[in-house]
Design a binder for this molecule. Structure first.
Ligand SMILES: C[S@@+](CC[C@H](N)C(=O)[O-])C[C@H]1O[C@@H](n2cnc3c(N)ncnc32)[C@H](O)[C@@H]1O
Length: 558
């Protein structure tokens, strides 16, 4: 267990731990100089940071432990669209197929939502179904959600696979005569927009893989669509023009220019679904159906090399593949179908394997329970599919944007809210130094253990485990110099933003993956007396509708 974990603050000002230079109510400097020397941090398997093999760039004299057995020779991948042969490629995990344990094992954690099986939502639509109707429509502007808006006989259609200004035949995929809006796919393009390209991925298109929204759009065209969505959300939910938001109106490309027609292979984490026959693929749009794929073009090479698509996954419900950046670590997380035993697994590359049971608990099957990522000059332990940015360049890009916007000074205090495994807390701690203080708050138990492990050497950092909205008011902190918040898609919300606005921070960095939640929260920050200093948007999810923003705020009075 890591040891940079003082007793939880309980309403005392500045939290627990001896303070150093912090005013009452400020983020306190967590020094515990009267404590005994801390034992070395360990993971759940008892490995210490030094007992693990180094990753490139890390200089540690040590010998590796627990070498993972190399996988057996790869089987030839089937031709595109072929179904993998049943019974192919099997090897023996040690505890595969053991019955799931009852109750929560100490130290066991729930996996992120993405790994939990989706619950079917049963709704009784009223009106007569319109699914299957075909309408010839003029396509209007792009909307938040990876589609464009069109109208037909007074009805609004959200049309996928279209582009603004096009004339298409839209096939209705959801909705009835009483629906407020219909969903549709452009199944025929009558007049194409200039940004339209031939989709490089054979699995994208109407009724197929739901992973990418903009396969049919040039890279520059995709960024224009994302910029239009951000512009619209800022106007609609925050009443801001790009100029007022101090945004130059661009979505910045990340990862260098590729030759025309080449697709960026950026996804270092891929969640595959498996159909009842054991065929692996990706989920169709708004569906539990599986689109079999023999290769995902946006998957990082480290994922593709595992050869997941060429295996038979009978008995498995989902396969998550993780390929770390800056280390050779690979992890595959398997969820067996209810009542099924985990099959024997053999992949093309050496990889750790974990199993998630029907109570969402992780079990180590083979190798480590985590991967090591490199970013911001450090190695980060990320356990069992815990949150880490997916694009290999995202962590450095976002840290750079946050530090540039905040300009942290030696001795300042900072909050890192929704801190995950501690990425921004670590970067802030380096800048504020030993005289400064950083408090990270994260609700995921395993992420907190990872963050404490990752930042164990930085005494100025404290990581607390709870929901931001619950814990922050309890800390007694009434002021801080800097705040980073990087909430999940839902954003921070009115109450949390109001609380943050009361802390008199010199600067706030808001890292956002949803432009609507960001725009709504920016309006709340304005109510709280904050204004935008700068806003940047980054194309960290090429070929999809998603992008990441970094907004920097300061008190409006300044
Ligand atoms: C977008 S991730 C950001 C993680 C981290 N900043 C990074 O860049 O790696 C959001 C994180 O917030 C955590 N989280 C979600 N809801 C939370 C809440 N109400 N309070 C605290 N943490 C929360 C999630 O577990 C996740 O680790």
């Amino acid at each position: 267990m890591t040891r940079n974990n003082p007793p939880r603050s309980s309403g005392r000002q500045g939290g627990s731990g001896r303070t150093s230079g912090a005013k009452p109510g400020q983020v306190a400097h967590p020094r515990w100089s009267n404590r005994r020397a801390r034992p070395e941090a360990t993971d759940r398997e008892g490995n210490t940071a030094r007992s693990l093999p180094p990753v490139p760039g890390e200089q540690r004299p040590e010998k590796p432990v627990k070498a993972v057995q190399p996988a057996k020779a790869a089987k030839a991948a089937p031709a595109k669209g072929d179904k993998p042969a049943k019974g192919a490629a099997k090897g023996a995990p040690k505890d595969g197929g053991q019955p799931a344990r009852q109750g929560r094992r100490p130290g066991a954690v729930r996996p992120p939502k993405a790994l939990r099986p989706a619950q079917p939502v049963l709704r009784q639509p009223s009106g007569d179904p319109l699914v299957g109707e075909r309408y010839e429509v003029e396509v209007g502007p792009v909307a938040h959600g990876g589609h464009c808006v069109a109208r037909h006989e007074g009805r609004v259609l959200f049309v996928r696979h279209a582009l603004p200004g096009e004339r298409v035949v839209a096939l209705v995929t959801e909705g009835t005569t009483t629906s407020r809006f219909l969903r549709a796919d452009a199944v025929e393009v009558l007049e194409a927009a200039k940004d339209r390209i031939e989709a490089p991925c054979p699995f994208s298109g109407p009724g197929r893989c739901g992973g990418c929204d903009w396969q049919h759009v040039s890279p520059g065209g995709q960024r224009k669509l994302k910029a239009a969505v951000l512009t619209e959300q800022l106007a609609k939910l925050a009443g801001l023009t790009p100029e007022e938001a101090r945004w130059d109106g661009s979505v910045e490309p990340v990862g260098g220019k590729l030759p025309a027609g080449e697709v960026p292979a950026w996804r270092s984490r891929v969640q595959y679904a498996v159909d009842e026959e054991g065929v692996v693929g990706l989920r169709k749009h708004r569906s539990h159906d599986v689109q079999p794929v023999d290769r995902c073009l946006i998957a990082a090479p480290g994922v593709t090399e595992l050869g997941i698509e060429s295996r038979d996954w009978t008995g498995v419900a989902s396969v998550e593949a993780v390929a770390a950046t800056g280390s050779s670590d690979r992890q595959v997380i398997l969820r067996p179908r209810p009542g099924e035993q985990l099959p024997l697994v053999e992949l093309d590359r050496e990889t750790s394997i974990a199993r998630v049971d029907d109570q969402d608990l992780f079990h180590r099957v083979h190798g480590r329970t985590f991967v090591r990522e490199r970013a911001a000059g450090r190695t980060w332990r990320v356990s069992n599919g815990g949150f880490w940015q997916i694009h290999p360049e995202a962590p450095d890009t976002l840290v750079d944007a946050v530090l540039t916007g905040l300009d942290p000074q030696w001795g300042e205090s900072a909050l890192d809210l929704y801190c995950g495994v501690g990425l921004f807390a670590g970067a802030l701690a380096e800048r504020v130094g030993e005289e400064g203080a950083v408090l990270g708050i994260e609700s995921g138990k395993q992420a907190v253990l990872d963050a404490r492990h990752n930042l164990a050497a930085l005494e100025q950092v404290r990581i607390e485990c709870d929901k931001v909205e619950t814990l922050l008011p309890r800390t007694g902190i009434t002021s801080t110099d800097l705040i980073v918040l990087d909430p999940p898609r839902a954003g921070a919300g009115r109450e949390t933003v109001a609380h943050l606005s009361s802390l008199e921070a010199r600067r706030i960095a808001y890292v956002a993956c949803d432009p609507a939640a960001l725009a709504r929260d920016l309006a709340f920050f304005r109510e709280g007396g904050y204004r935008l200093v700068s806003l940047r948007a980054f194309d960290l999810f090429p070929m999809t509708q998603h992008f990441e923003c970094v907004a920097i705020l300061e008190p409006a009075a300044e």
